[in-house]
Design a protein around this ligand. Structure first.
Ligand SMILES: [Zn+2]
Length: 85
């Protein structure tokens, strides 16, 4: 099963959401495996760590009504990290 690399986590309010994709032979865009949340300070190091783990980070804006902390991760049960593929 696919796993996430060690990511920064400082617990400050997050300003960015990063979708994490892993390669999936059955899906052109890859498998959407997780959403991870980071503050401005840690967004870049998180992106680098995800690339180094052979995963693809995709930065998306946070929804305005969503409050998350830097380092929070949500693993999609439908993705490879969730064990569905
Ligand atoms: Zn942070």
């Amino acid at each position: 099963m696919q796993t996430l690399p060690i990511l920064p986590s400082c617990g400050q309010p997050a300003s960015i959401r990063i979708e994490v994709y892993s390669p999936d032979p059955g899906d052109l865009y890859g498998s959407l495996d997780a959403s991870a949340y980071f503050c401005d300070l840690h967004a870049m190091s998180a992106v680098s760590a995800i690339w180094r783990a052979q995963l693809t980070p995709y930065k998306v804006e946070m929804a305005p009504d969503v409050q998350r902390r830097c380092g929070e991760v949500y693993v999609f049960p439908t993705g490879r990290m969730g064990g569905a593929k």
